[in-house]
Design a protein around this ligand. Structure first.
Ligand code: ZN
Length: 322
């Protein structure tokens, strides 16, 4: 098993929803959840005849291919979720980052301090969980380009409108690029493949080119980690010889529908710490590779994947080009 860096470029608009209401697709996501990316890769390999039904069943029972969430690449820079110690000044339009100072306090077992008002006097607004990327030397809030439309669906094969397929959607624009980490078993090699993400792939939505390349070795794991995905509130995580004991998680809790799990349509509601949260580690042992994509959590006879992707602070800033 090794970690690869994935780049995914949308070739058609993608309908990836954060939340569904009775009126249809409302809020488009600004990311591709790790479980969805994992499912997209498995489905593509199955379609290409490289994985059989038995292989897919084995992945459901005992996952070996794992993916971190995919976040947008904005003007060539990888984005990542903001920590609870990143703030925004509405007046100066600037971002204040006190994550390193806060992490040092957390590592010493001290309580981090709330931010002071900005130098201009304006109170600072928390950005925890919003996406940030570097633009020049500065960190900026970023998102994905979306559009809302009532549209006829386009048949993928013929490129023509499909009769009776009028619906309302909000989609992530074609051309949007995402990055992620993928933990690849031996049978997944670097290279390119066509995958489908989100809803409506049979109607032509969400087709993307996925490129996999070997990723550099992870940086050493210190005592404070940044969650690149939502984090399940468990004290101990263990998967295939990689174990992690958390002393504390610093970040807001959200209720989230754990969706898109491969096989059986299993979608429990879980309470998780928001992406970008900081985790204080008591102990980490075993290979570090799986930590970047997140240790799966057993739930009934299925696994929750796409959670608990954790990286050292230095690796987080490496992603952000700092
Ligand atoms: Zn200001």
């Amino acid at each position: 098993m090794r970690v690869m860096e994935a780049r995914l470029v949308l070739k058609s608009p993608a309908v990836v929803v954060q939340r569904r209401t009775e009126r249809g697709f409302v809020k488009p996501a600004d990311w591709i959840p790790g479980s969805m990316l994992r499912g997209a890769i498995l489905t593509a390999l199955h379609r290409a005849g490289k994985l059989g039904a038995g292989d897919l069943e084995r992945e459901r029972v005992e996952p070996s291919l794992l993916a971190s969430p995919a976040y947008p690449v904005v003007k060539g820079s990888r984005s990542a979720p903001a920590t609870p110690f990143m703030f925004y000044c509405r007046r100066c339009k600037s971002l204040v980052d006190i994550t390193r100072e806060a992490a040092e306090k957390l590592a010493r077992g001290e309580e981090p301090e709330p931010p002071l008002p900005h130098e201009c006097g304006e109170a600072l607004k928390p950005m925890h969980g919003a996406l940030v990327a570097r633009e020049g030397r500065e960190l900026r809030r970023v998102g994905v380009e979306t559009f809302r439309s009532t549209s006829v669906a386009i048949g993928r094969e013929r490129g023509s409108a499909v009769r009776g397929m009028l619906f309302d959607y909000e989609a992530i624009a074609e051309g949007t690029e995402f990055w992620a980490w993928v933990l690849a078993p031996d049978w997944l090699q670097p290279g390119s493949m066509e995958v489908a993400v989100g809803r409506g792939s049979s109607r032509g939505f969400g087709w993307a080119e996925l490129r996999l390349e070997p990723a550099p070795q992870p940086r050493p794991y210190g005592s404070v980690l940044v969650a690149m995905s939502p984090l399940t509130p468990l004290k101990r995580l263990e998967w295939r010889g990689c174990a992690l004991t958390l002393a504390r998680v610093y970040g807001r809790l959200d209720r989230l529908q754990a969706g898109w799990e491969y096989g059986r349509g299993f979608r429990p509601i879980v309470e998780v710490a928001r992406r970008g949260s900081l985790a204080v580690v008591e102990e980490v042992s075993g290979p570090a590779e799986p930590l970047r994509v997140g240790l799966p959590v057993k739930a009934g006879d299925s696994w929750l994947t796409g959670f608990n992707a954790l990286v050292p602070l230095e690796e987080y800033y490496g992603v952000l080009g700092g």
